[in-house]
Design a protein around this ligand. Sequence first.
Ligand SMILES: [Zn+2]
Ligand SMILES: [Zn+2]
Length: 341
Amino acid sequence: MATLRRIAFLLERGRQETYKVKAFRAAAASLLPLGDDEIAARVAAGTLTDLPGIGASTAKVVAQVVAGEVPDRLASLEEEYGGSLVSGGDGLRAALRGDLHSHSDWSDGGSPIEEMAFTAIELGHDYLVLTDHSPRLTVARGLSVERLQRQLAVVDAINEHLVSAGADGDGFTVLKGIEVDILDDGSLDQTEEMLGRLDVRVASVHSKLKMEPDEMTKRMVAAIENPFTNVLGHCTGRLITGNRGTRPGSRFDARKVFEAAAEHGVAIEINSRPERRDPPTELLEQARDIGCLFSIDSDAHAPGQLDFQVYGCERAEAAGIEAERIVNTWPRQRLLEWARR
Ligand SMILES: [Zn+2]
Ligand SMILES: [Zn+2]
């Protein structure tokens, strides 16, 4: 049910509460196995709401679709949340071929991998790197070695389905990744064997953000020097708005960190989440001047949030960062070669 998915997408894109979104995603999942005839018959008989996950408001949307009308709910959401999220950044957004940072319901995201993949295809991406969390981040249900192994098999299966369904065009692919925690000593929170099986690795600090600046610098530089690291995720960890509250960014010697990143070809992430906007503008410009590579990532935890990338594009454009230095404007093969370091 494309309409129900579109409504969920718009609600997420408009940063609405998860519970509102869930009703539409659940309804879409409930209707997916039914044929159009059965859905129409149930609308006629008034038995749509007997199905699990279909309530009065979702049933109304379905009835309007069956009647060939544009559902009122869809029309009002398109009006409210369907327009540009931000002025600027469109040129850069058009140049992006994929997204290097996204979460599924395997860790703290809200949707299955395939739902994230479908939405990435609809947004025009050639690839989506799935980067669920690493084991130590237990609050986010970080993946153990065993769960990551299982996830990689699921990703293979999804990619095979996409190919056989012809949905891949020139080969949309879910790439295997991780958002791996940078531990206190700068080591990465996953085995080398598993890190070696992945396509792209985003390394981020999620703990002890208030560490002394000297220690934090060493920690981040050590992570950058690790040959598995491709992207330094949300480098300050600051939160500037939103329902998780706010917090200042961690303190470190940004020059040292960015010089190490430039030397080792590690991309500095421009994290597009509205509550992060990380790195702050001053640091973004410093990394630009030092010659770093960048990635513009959504850090999406739901399909509609995949569209947040344009926020990062707007900031990169304002900072005068050219597309060539943004690794997710590169074709997939070039990206993969770079990520192998
Ligand atoms: Zn993170
Ligand atoms: Zn993340």
